[in-house]
Design a binder for this molecule. Structure first.
Ligand SMILES: [Cu+2]
Length: 163
């Protein structure tokens, strides 16, 4: 929620800046200005690469995969994900339990300082319920991190074969 608030503030700031040329009395928005100034710049300490969704036919949930590298000096965790392309977007972990593949929701995925974690089929992944995406297109996802920052990532949409 913190991140959402920051994003909202950032959007508000952007809107204020864009509105500035047409507004001759910027002092008319006193309530919002101090709060907007207090919002820190969103600067993520991770690098995300190879991000893609596996789109399945029939509106089935789409798995999201990527590699996240912690380029900072502190341990961090991926704590959530959000996308307008998904009715709901969760962090999942696949596991093999006695030959049966199953999935569980996880609240966070640790990424140690200097390390990287691959979200991949049969492991950690994003689960996009009620996906609204087209194969070959890109969809935006915002990953939230344990340090309160977030990172926006474009996910390529591939077919069931991952192509
Ligand atoms: Cu899943």
């Amino acid at each position: 929620m913190k991140t959402l608030l920051k994003l909202a503030l950032l959007l508000a700031m952007t809107a204020a800046v864009q509105a500035a040329p047409t507004t001759k009395t910027p002092a008319k928005a006193p309530a919002k200005a101090p709060a907007a100034k207090a919002a820190p710049a969103i600067q993520a300490s991770v690098m995300v690469t190879d991000a893609w969704f596996r789109a399945l036919p029939g509106g089935l949930p789409a798995g999201g995969y990527f590699t996240v590298k912690n380029v900072g000096t502190r341990d961090i965790a991926v704590t959530g994900a959000k996308s307008d392309a998904c009715g709901m977007l969760m962090l999942h972990q696949s596991s093999d339990k006695g030959g049966m593949s199953s999935m569980d929701m996880v609240s966070k995925v640790d990424v140690p300082a200097g390390g990287s974690v691959a979200f991949a089929p049969a492991g950690f992944h994003l689960m996009c319920e009620t996906p609204k995406m087209k194969i070959g297109a890109k969809v935006p996802v915002v990953l939230t991190l344990s340090d309160g920052t977030s990172v926006a990532v474009q996910f390529v949409v591939r077919n069931a074969k991952g192509q």
